[in-house]
Design a protein around this ligand. Sequence first.
Ligand SMILES: Nc1ncnc2c1ncn2[C@@H]1O[C@H](COP(=O)(O)OP(=O)(O)OP(=O)(O)O)[C@@H](O)[C@H]1O
Ligand SMILES: [Mg+2]
Length: 322
Amino acid sequence: MRAIAVLNQKGGVGKTTTAVNLAAALARDGQRVLLLDLDPQGHATLHVGLELPEDALTVYDVFVRGAAIAETARMVTDRMAIAPAHIDLVGAEVELCDQENREHVLARTLGPYAEHFDYVIIDCAPSLGLLTINALTAAREVIIPLQPHFLALQGLGRLLQTTAGVRAAFASDLRILGVVMCMFERGTKLGQEVVRDVQGFLAAADAADPWYGAVVFETQIRRNIKLAEAPSFGKTIFDYAPVSHGAEDYLALAREIHAARVPADGELTRAARDARELLPPASAPVDPAMRPSSEGIGAAGGATAAAAHEAAGYAGADDARN
Ligand SMILES: Nc1ncnc2c1ncn2[C@@H]1O[C@H](COP(=O)(O)OP(=O)(O)OP(=O)(O)O)[C@@H](O)[C@H]1O
Ligand SMILES: [Mg+2]
């Protein structure tokens, strides 16, 4: 079983859209998938059209009452189940505080399902609280959705440092698998610059960093109105608009992720090696502002002022027709 957390503490970058449609794409390709909604907003739960009866058990009960995942999970399609969330999950952060081993509740409860699912995809809330820490101790892999915005790079450093902190504190072998560009507009200079900056940053990682060997996925998720509409119909993109850029992109992403594997310590993936070759030599390191710090990657990042201007006019829809 591969457990993958979809993580970014920044709101509205495409985490839920990615978690739901990646899970659905993997299931369409024959994988057995558990989608785990770890966000009190319950957006993944709504996205797959699940209306919970009042007394339904949810992920909250897993955290606070020791319920089994199986008691909460419901099948969405033949091969895809969801463990749903409800707004009461907000309270779990507080109630967990007094629990022993509070950072490992999810990892413990997922243990028995290793043989039942090929993938667990965890949709995280836009925060780095205790629920997200639980996602990071339960998952071995992380994917980070990123919107190619001038400010998008700012929080990435902090996010990566959090993964490093979890890895160090819990001696886990957590790895960043890659960054997926979401709501991407291919023709824009800004999009290309952000991709280049992130590639450069990842390729300059030390072997001890959890993002060593991580890549910017080749598949970019284009801005696509169908992806934005699908949740209000309670459908994944494959049920709502199977012939759309959104469906095409998430299927391609699923195949790329299925083919990728987390590198062993000290090993670089081929994609990461390719990215390294694009880099200046070690004597001329990537813009130092790109090193993560407590403030995150410097806003100066690498994206230029011109790109910032472009960001201001960023609202255009790439493919509103499709
Ligand atoms: N590729 C896309 N094209 C068009 N709209 C998109 C795309 N991806 C996501 N959206 C829309 O952007 C909004 C934010 O996406 P989403 O809910 O997936 O982000 P999130 O990171 O999960 O947000 P939160 O931090 O609140 O959990 C949603 O309305 C979603 O439908
Ligand atoms: Mg979300």
